[in-house]
Design a binder for this molecule. Structure first.
Ligand SMILES: Nc1ncnc2c1ncn2[C@@H]1O[C@H](COP(=O)(O)OP(=O)(O)OP(=O)(O)O)[C@@H](O)[C@H]1O
Length: 247
């Protein structure tokens, strides 16, 4: 089966810093890839390079066999590749539904405003925010703004969704809800890349884990193998986590 997303030797430099250093990675349809690594490892940069926010300094990115390395964000979105942003910034005066509809229009998933608003209400229902559809986005709590962000990405009708720390700052009950929601997204047939620091979430949903460290891919494989990998433990998880995990 051909890969849905493929990165071949992708590097991205910012001045003298290699935020991504020759990363090669393949993602198959239906996978849930947990992308982990320390702060500054290059995770968000990888999402930015794939979604056209930044252009790779070298290397190649293909989506469903099409070269997307130099496409701008709206063209990437129109191919069915949606993402969430780590820092959630909805248009504050627009309603929750209007914010989500804007995403559907951006990605070309809706032909006009009325169908974009219909798609928005559907995805707000999916993330359990339907009752706040007509509230101004500025009134939402952080946890709800994160769900709005997810709804906005889902309204684009993506085949692949890249989730950048959608669960940061949630409490235990909210984390369980988030896990259930990610599984429901996967059950819709949407392939997922999830950047996440909460290992409970990463291990709870990922079918595979990839680890970045200083812009390099240092591990990529089955979750239980990756979390025992010596380099991953040294760079990110720490010995205490590994001992707890093994126990
Ligand atoms: N636009 C930019 N200009 C300059 N440097 C950047 C830019 N974006 C990212 N970087 C740098 O690239 C490196 C990788 O950053 P990135 O945000 O991708 O890491 P991350 O793994 O997502 O980190 P975190 O877990 O803290 O979100 C960091 O050193 C960061 O400072």
């Amino acid at each position: 089966m051909s890969a849905l997303l493929r990165l071949e030797g992708v590097s991205r430099r910012f001045g003298g810093l290699a935020a991504l250093d020759s990363v090669s990675l393949e993602l198959g349809r239906g996978e849930i890839l947990g992308l982990i690594g320390p702060n500054g490892a290059g995770k968000t940069t990888l999402v930015n390079v794939v979604t056209g926010v930044h252009t790779a300094t070298s290397g190649r990115v293909t989506f469903e066999g099409q070269d997307i390395t130099r496409l701008p964000p709206h063209r990437v979105a129109r191919l069915g590749l949606a993402r969430t942003w780590q820092i959630v910034q909805p248009f504050p005066r627009m309603t929750v539904a209007e914010n989500v509809a804007a995403g559907a229009l951006f990605a070309g998933g809706a032909a006009d405003v009325a169908s974009a608003l219909a798609a928005a209400r559907e995805s707000l229902g999916f993330v359990n925010l339907a009752d706040l559809a007509d509230a101004p986005a500025a009134t939402l709590t952080l946890a709800r703004r994160k769900r709005l962000e997810l709804a906005r990405a889902l309204a684009m009708k993506p085949r692949l969704i890249m989730l950048d720390e959608v669960n940061a700052g949630l409490n235990t009950a909210e984390i369980d809800e988030a896990l259930a929601l990610i599984r429901r997204i996967a059950a819709e047939g949407i392939t997922i890349v999830i950047i996440e620091h909460l290992m409970k979430v990463v291990l709870g949903v990922s079918t595979r884990i990839a680890v970045l460290h200083h812009g390099r891919l240092i591990a990529d494989g089955a979750p239980q193998e990756v979390v025992r990998d010596k380099e991953v433990v040294a760079a990110y998880l720490g010995r205490r986590y590994a001992e707890r995990g093994a126990a």
